[in-house]
Design a protein around this ligand. Structure first.
Ligand code: SAH
Length: 497
């Protein structure tokens, strides 16, 4: 038996802490089943309209009293039949008149005072209190029994946010943030899981086994199928998983994720969500450290970055790592700089996963060419300059670059070279040799999209000499073509007011 000793002082402190915590909640959050209940709204303006929409969406009936009423609100009241239960379809009433105390009828489950007259609002609140009816007064929390939270609606999932009337603006800000992070498909997902809860309960009787099962389902490929819009597939996978739940527990998966070129804000929402739910993250040299530091603790972070002439972990070993962790039932993120399918060997890695029957998905990232071009103010295509763009990587063999030079010298084409500095002089020389003008503009972008980004503007004829004269840090990318001339006018324009 374990005994924990608590001194009387500690105990008092604990009670005090508990009291502070209990007192800290200004409102009691409840979800009100309003189906088939009636709400009176006094007022016919924009706020009344917003509130009416909320009440109707929850299956309520809306009566409105107002001398004048927005046409949209009139239509809503007249056309909407509320109450979801059979035989309970009711329509609200609109009375175009001044409010009177007798209007507050005990059949109302809620009254909303939404007039722009403070005295009338106060009188409504007073009447409601004497008749014991819940009241909400717009813009006056001191008179309210209940307030309307900001909501994120992914029916049947509902997130309600209240700032305790301190700052509705803040609640809205938070709502917008949460809105961006909850994928649209969450409601459908919850609905699907809800339908199978009973079946899961009877097939997996032990509660702790069920927790493991749902954890796998919610964080794994089944949820992902539903979130990417494929509900049928998700449902058949779920049925399968219920029948083979022991197998599901041992089944890991791999997310091949593009981390973007450097600025951590360029990570996609899906990438961030999958990173957060991964248990192991295997990452490359080009992945921004800020991305890794944004992830919570408790994940295995494995660096497999490759550097030229210093292959820290060979590709074969990376492939084996992915298989090993996935076979341990882990969710593994394979995080690569830029986009995994652009000079990222992503294709080889997933071929290997497919061969081992391991579920995977690929999450695109912003490739270096796009990121660097945007941040440097160099559009890769432009009606007056370039109708096509080529992403090229130069394979260095014994200090030489082997490329199809003739193909690269097409008119009105932008070239983007993904590679270090070593091969650049050879590239410039060969492009000129095969017909490119020596004054063709070229931009060398180092550490693109990061806080340390530098853009060096030159020409094919002069780039090699420039490389000799300045210190440049990897990674670097080179853009060649007349679009480079636009850099001078399209650089980020930050005007302070
Ligand atoms: N999959 C990556 C590219 C990997 S190849 C992508 O889609 O971006 C590696 C090369 O990408 C580097 O040698 C460099 O040329 C380029 N690169 C990647 N990140 C860069 C950055 N932030 N700035 C400049 N070049 C970058």
């Amino acid at each position: 038996m374990i005994r924990i000793k608590i001194s009387p002082g500690d105990f008092l402190l604990y009670l005090l802490f508990l009291k502070i915590r209990l007192m800290a909640m200004k409102y009691l959050p409840l979800m009100h089943n309003f189906d088939g209940k009636t709400c009176l709204i006094v007022g016919g303006g924009k706020v009344a309209l917003r509130r009416a929409k909320n009440v109707l969406a929850a299956g309520g009936i809306v009566d409105v009293i107002a001398p004048t009423c927005l046409p949209e609100l009139c239509d809503l009241v007249h056309q909407h039949k509320s109450g979801r239960q059979q035989g309970q379809q009711h329509q609200g009433k609109l009375q175009q008149k001044q409010y009177q105390a007798e209007d507050i009828d005990p059949r109302y489950a809620l009254v909303i005072a939404a007039t722009n007259d403070r005295q009338i609002n106060q009188a409504i609140a007073q009447q409601c209190k004497t008749k014991n009816i819940l009241v909400n007064v717009v813009d006056d929390s001191s008179l309210c029994d209940v307030t309307f939270p900001a909501i994120v609606d992914r029916n049947p999932i509902l997130v309600a946010i209240s700032s305790g009337s301190a700052s509705p603006q803040f609640s809205k800000l938070l709502r917008d943030r949460i809105n961006t992070f909850i994928p649209n498909g969450y409601g459908k997902l919850a609905e699907l899981f809800g339908r199978y809860r009973k079946r899961v309960k009877s097939s997996i009787p032990k509660p702790q086994d069920r927790t493991v099962f749902w954890n796998k389902v919610v964080h794994g490929y089944i949820a992902e199928s539903a979130l990417s819009g494929n509900l049928e597939q998700a449902e058949s996978q779920l049925k399968n998983a219920i029948e083979n739940h022991r197998k599901l527990e041992q089944c890991g998966e791999v997310y091949l994720i593009g981390a973007g070129p450097g600025d951590p804000d360029l990570l996609t929402l899906r990438a961030l969500r999958l990173l957060q739910q991964s248990e192991v993250i295997i990452y490359d040299r080009l992945v921004a450290p800020e991305i890794l530091s944004r992830l919570e603790q408790g994940k295995d972070l494995i660096y497999v970055g490759k550097q030229r002439a210093n292959h820290s972990v060979p590709q074969q070993q990376i492939n084996e790592l992915l298989i090993r962790y996935a076979n341990q039932g882990k969710r593994v993120a394979r995080l690569k700089g830029g986009d995994p399918f652009i000079f990222g060997r992503g294709g080889e890695e997933i071929e290997n996963l497919a061969a081992h029957n391991i579920p995977f998905q690929v999450i695109p990232g912003i490739t270096a060419a796009n990121g660097c071009a945007s941040y440097a103010g160099i559009p890769l295509t432009h009606r007056d300059h370039a109708q096509s763009v080529r992403f090229v990587t130069g394979q260095l063999q014994n200090g030489t670059v082997s490329l199809n030079w003739a193909e690269l010298i097409a008119p009105d084409q932008t070239l983007v070279f993904y590679m270090g500095l070593q091969g650049l002089p050879i590239i410039c020389k060969n492009l000129i040799k095969h017909g490119a003008a020596t004054n063709t503009p070229a931009a060398l972008i180092e550490k693109g999209t990061t806080l340390h980004q530098k853009v060096h503007i030159s020409t094919l004829g002069e780039l090699a000499a420039l490389l000799e004269s300045i210190e440049i840090h990897a990674p670097t990318l080179t853009i060649v073509g007349s679009v480079v001339n636009l850099h001078a006018s399209l650089r980020w324009f930050n005007k302070s007011v």
